[in-house]
Design a protein around this ligand. Structure first.
Ligand SMILES: C[S@@+](CC[C@H](N)C(=O)[O-])C[C@H]1O[C@@H](n2cnc3c(N)ncnc32)[C@H](O)[C@@H]1O
Length: 252
């Protein structure tokens, strides 16, 4: 038997490389300015607020907040994405600090007024304690009165729109997805198969936690957050049977 440790899906650089065009489409990048408008209004962001963009990816929110004059730090574990983000910042002459780090280890004590976790960037770690560690790091990085915004897919929404199989075509290949709710609906098991145009086939088992509005609220309160508000979209709609996304704002 091999002693080699299996790389977790979220630590697989090849996966993030192949998923880059799927995750960061032109339409999604173009929509970022609207998202930032919504975040500003939901989090009551002030002109001097310092922003931490946790799991910043290619830096679309970091760049937009910096364009609007905010001091921004973007953190991500994927080198390729940070290179993209740094180049974009340099091209626009924006002063943004990009840090290659893991959300389980990164924190800067009382340094930020707002922490962002956008586009389903939380919930990856198998061990619940690691999820809580990320929340404690976020809490530690915020100044008193600071806000944390988490934007993800809620369990109730997934149950309502559940689709076991889907496939999609991309410029570099075809993506097949199969989904299964596991561990009594506490996690989603996504089987991703990507067939590249050159015929190469890649497979990943993407397993992550899925939280209900009430579960995530309890988790945030248990690390010390207060005034935890749960919305069904970044436009501030209710988290009810018509919710589109799970958006949570919590205050330190
Ligand atoms: C779905 S993308 C979202 C990116 C960005 N927030 C956005 O809205 O465009 C998730 C990001 O999480 C990063 N990531 C995954 N695991 C991580 C970890 N353990 N620590 C830090 N970043 C991580 C990935 O590299 C990826 O950029």
């Amino acid at each position: 038997m091999s002693d080699e440790k299996q790389v977790e899906w979220y630590e697989d650089d090849k996966m993030w490389e192949i998923m880059e065009p799927v995750l960061f489409t032109e339409a999604r990048i173009a929509h970022t300015s609207n998202e930032v408008d919504a975040i500003k209004s939901l989090c009551k962001i002030q002109p001097d607020d310092a922003i931490l963009d946790l799991c910043c990816g290619v830096g679309r929110h970091s760049l937009e907040f910096a364009r609007r004059g905010h001091k921004v730090v973007g953190v991500d574990r994927t080198k390729l994405y940070l290179e993209r983000a740094k180049k974009a910042a340099k091209d626009e002459k924006l002063n943004i600090e990009f840090v290659l780090d893991d959300m389980r280890t990164f924190y800067r004590k009382k340094s930020f007024d707002v922490v962002l976790s956008m586009f389903t960037s939380f919930s990856y770690f198998d061990d619940h304690e690691e999820q809580m560690l990320v929340l404690r790091n976020i809490y530690a990085s915020l100044r008193a009165g600071g806000r944390f915004i988490l934007e993800s897919m809620g369990k109730e929404i997934l149950a309502r729109i559940f689709n076991r199989h889907s496939w999609s075509e991309w410029p570099h290949g075809f993506m097949l997805e199969e989904r299964e709710a596991i561990d009594n609906w506490s996690k989603m098991h996504n089987k991703w198969i990507f067939i590249q145009k050159d015929g190469a086939v890649r497979r990943w088992d993407v397993v992550h936690w899925i939280y209900s509005g009430a579960e995530i609220k309890d988790m945030l309160e248990s690390v010390g957050f207060s005034d935890v508000k749960v919305f069904g979209g970044s436009d501030g709609r209710a988290y009810d049977n018509e919710a589109l996304r799970l958006v949570v704002i919590a205050t330190k």
